[in-house]
Ligand binder design. Structure first.
Ligand SMILES: [Zn+2]
Length: 318
């Protein structure tokens, strides 16, 4: 079982309209916020650890609980896989709170449309110069990056399935009378399959290089995170409704949710599936005060019992 535990660089809402601010459990770390529910995932992991410890005489098999850092930006899971923690795993369980608002008691046995993704940092380096006396001597990194941003967002969508691109951060220059000598972008690509994300990444890199060539500046880019596409095995879509039928916490079991987001858990799922094992990514229903990654994100703690109950019933089911 895998539980991601990280937070996001977001300043959490301090106004009392936000329940965690009103009730006094807003983030203690200014500028860092659990705006995706991973604090809940950590709690669910502790809950199921407690269950396993209590029932260890009855349960069969060996269980590994992975508390994974750095899911945001898709930087953590692949490192855990490379350490060997998923080697020899027969069945892999993971999941997420929310994604879309649902009543507490709702459970999705699996998910589909987890998008493959690549996260890229790009630096353009030109040459600063006096903007009045010798602008012709400068090499304008800001213009190169601007051109890159517009052209990145104009990559043709793939005809065979959904693709995404977002430039989320742009920094450049140092003052109004200086030809800007440096610029920095953070952006991401996504695709419904690993191949379609690869198409977006290749097109993006060509546009970075083309923009740099046009303005005669240097371009340096680094892939700082990646996630794959993945599907829940049909085995779990059949097993989970049966296994959880006797849970008092679970009122409504659905088949699969279309996620349309990315998750680096896909590295773990693919590793297990490639070894002949089975992998699952559930969704635990909760109402949401605001969307994921929003400063007013909040979920219903009632979903914790639903998630722990779901996992416990799956483990105990023959
Ligand atoms: Zn998340």
């Amino acid at each position: 079982m895998r539980f991601d535990i990280d937070a996001l660089p977001i300043l959490e809402e301090a106004d009392a309209v936000h329940l965690p601010a009103k009730e006094g459990f807003r983030s203690r770390n200014e500028g860092m916020m659990h705006a995706c529910g991973h604090d809940g995932h950590a709690t669910i992991g502790l809950g199921i650890a407690h269950f396993i410890a209590e029932r260890k005489e009855e349960l069969k098999g060996t269980y590994t609980l992975i508390f994974q850092p750095a899911e945001e930006g898709s930087r953590g899971a692949n490192a855990v896989v490379k350490k060997g923690w998923l080697d020899g795993v027969d069945q892999f369980l993971s999941g997420h709170l929310g994604i879309r608002p649902n009543p507490v008691g709702t459970l999705y046995s699996g998910s589909t449309h987890i998008l493959a993704t690549t996260k890229i940092d790009a630096s353009f380096t030109g040459k600063t110069a006096h903007a009045g006396m010798e602008p012709h001597v400068g090499k304008n990194a800001l213009l190169a990056a601007s051109s890159a941003v517009l052209n990145l967002h104009s990559i043709a969508p793939h005809g065979e399935g959904a693709t995404r691109l977002n430039v989320g951060r742009f920094e450049a220059g140092s003052g109004r009378n200086i030809v800007p000598g440096d610029a920095f972008l953070q952006f991401e690509t996504r695709g419904i399959t690993t191949e379609q994300n690869h198409y977006m990444k290749e097109e993006a890199v060509r546009r970075l290089e083309g923009a740099a060539l046009m303005y005669d500046v240097a371009i340096d880019y680094a892939i700082v995170g990646e996630g794959l596409a993945a599907e829940t095995d049909a085995y779990f879509l059949e097993k989970i409704p049966k296994a959880t039928a006797s849970s008092h916490y679970i009122t409504d079991v659905h088949d699969r949710m279309e996620v349309n987001g990315s998750e680096d858990v896909t590295y773990m799922m693919q590793h297990v599936q490639e070894q002949g094992g089975l992998a699952c990514y559930m969704i635990f229903g909760t109402p949401l005060a605001a969307g994921h990654h929003h400063k007013r994100f909040d979920w219903d703690e009632g979903a914790l019992a639903v998630a722990v109950s779901a996992l416990a019933h799956i483990l105990a089911h023959e």
